[in-house]
Design a protein around this ligand. Sequence first.
Ligand SMILES: [Cu+2]
Length: 287
Amino acid sequence: MKQVRILFLLLFFSFGINSYGVVYESVYIKCDSLTTVDAVKLPYYTFSPTDSFVQQNHRVELMVGDTLDLWVHNTDSIDHYFDIQGTTGVRDTIPANDSIHVVHQFTTPGVFIYYDPLKFPVYAYMGLSGMLLVKDHNHASFYWNTKEHDSTFNYTLASGGSVLWNQYNPKYFTINGISHPNIMNNPVINIAGNVGDTLVLYISNTGYGMRSIHFHGYHGEIMFSSSKPATVGRVKDTFPIYPMEAVMIQIVPDKPGVYPVHEHNLVAVTGNNFYPNGMFTLMNIQP
Ligand SMILES: [Cu+2]
């Protein structure tokens, strides 16, 4: 009887209080072009949320314990692949003009990059790499899927040519597909809150180059890293993020103010050599 009661309590806590859900999502592999900050069009792909191309990958959000029920539709004329970093058993081929159905439960919090591993890093670089978040909190959150772009690489790869990655020379730097000044006042990108709030910034580096994200005015704590778990708990103001790494940084502002948060590699705050057209944002903290 006692065992039965304990089992009942366990079931109650598992299903009654946490109430794990199922999150239904669809993404569409769409081939079109990325319009840069100076209106250049680069051949580009995204996992768009509908059958119309948008130049930002759809962001998928779950709470810990939720099951993702995802359809991935390949509207392209070639086969693609699909995978979610940090999971096993998800990777699959999606034939041209076909779809796959992915069902996966996420039991740990973090940032998971979903992407197309075809000819890696070619299609992840060409845009097919987005963020999947598994949260264990309800704090104000901000999301940066960061990429950099070398125009000649996009043209060459789109026409079936091959590139020398050691000659990569990116000139455009985007957060969620856009650059400064278009990212200013974007509530998903620019961190805002009050003194004492817990603010969470999720960053993925789905480009081919390194990131070095610099906070002015505040320090943050690394709460999660997909590839450097030993860095969790470090409190600092500059965060190197490797290609295909995703991190979660928590900031509790100790004073009001408006301060830059930007890529510390100076070329990354330019767009086709013009400053400040890259990864440059402002953090706005009220008393
Ligand atoms: Cu700085």
